[in-house]
Design a protein around this ligand. Structure first.
Ligand code: NAD
Length: 255
């Protein structure tokens, strides 16, 4: 496959901490950006346009297939191709398995897992027709480790510290990644995920200081740490890597 003049990326969750870092890092590589989020990422789009990037900001709720399809149509109308999809949109959820209400379970699955699946489905026909694509999903260490150990909490705090619904969605994202990787490998489409550990962001602003002490590298991750790994998995240098769930966790957990 010959390298297209300008590669085009769709990034969901583009308004958030990790999503905006991904957009900045891809823009620095000369990639044109379709920035989608339930909260319109207009300020970031303007910032990146001022820096010379080609961008399109779209309000898109990944719970709604109609909004995803409309976003993909806008992307194709503006740029004519989609080389990269990075599924960053997600929500955090806390609660123990014993007490979590079903509406919360459904909400987190709908956004984190089904939303990722819907966005993948929406770009596959375009990527297949191009014979080229890169899909990168965002999993989590919590989809692998059964929840971060928090030896300091007592039973009364378990409800605040539990992440069962969130962890299950991220394990689902990992498995979705493996299946899509197999399904799309012959079409020049790679499908990988990154599994971040705790990353300093709005999502983790309430995490206790003790959690930091469990990370061997000795610090919380940065959104840029995740973005750098994603840029590699989106690049033309990673064409023999597919079905990988790449840990970006400072040594917190290894498998
Ligand atoms: N921060 C961490 O420690 C950490 C660790 C592992 C994985 N992650 C994952 O990384 C991703 C980004 O996390 P973040 O820390 O940047 O959080 P964030 O809250 O800063 O960003 C999440 C973004 O997703 C958007 N979003 C939420 N629901 C949406 C929906 N229905 N449709 C479209 N957009 C929606 C939000 O508007 C927000 O901009 C998430 O998938 C999260 O689960 C984060």
């Amino acid at each position: 496959m010959s390298k297209p003049a300008t590669r085009v990326a769709v990034v969901t969750g583009a308004t958030g901490s990790i999503g905006s870092a991904v957009c900045r890092a891809l823009a620095a590589e000369g990639v044109a950006l379709v920035m989608a989020d339930a909260r319109l990422p207009q300020a970031l789009a303007t910032e990146l346009e001022n820096g010379g990037a080609a961008t399109l900001a779209v309000a898109c709720d990944v719970r709604l297939r109609s909004e995803i399809n409309a976003m993909v149509d806008q992307a194709l109308t503006r740029f004519g191709r989609i080389d990269i999809l990075v599924n960053v949109a997600g929500v955090v959820s806390t609660g123990s398995a014993e007490t979590l209400i079903e509406a919360e379970w459904d909400r987190v699955l709908d956004i984190n897992l089904s939303g990722t699946f819907r966005c993948c489905q929406a770009v596959i026909p375009t990527m297949r027709a191009q014979g080229h694509g890169r899909i990168v999903n965002i999993g989590s260490v919590l989809g692998k480790n059964g929840g971060n150990a928090r030896p300091w909490i007592d039973r009364g705090e378990q409800d605040k510290a539990g992440n069962v619904a969130y962890g299950v969605t991220k394990a689902g994202v990992h498995t979705l990644t493996l299946y899509l990787a197999r399904e799309l490998a012959a079409d020049g489409i790679t499908v990988n995920a990154v599994a971040p550990g705790p990353i300093a962001s709005d999502m983790t602003s309430t995490f206790p200081e003790q959690l930091r002490a469990l990370i061997p590298v000795g610090r919380m991750g940065r959104a840029e740490d995740v973005a750098d790994a994603i840029v590699f998995l989106c690049s033309l240098k990673s064409s023999f890597i597919t079905g990988e769930i790449l840990d970006v966790n400072g040594g917190l957990f290894g498998d």
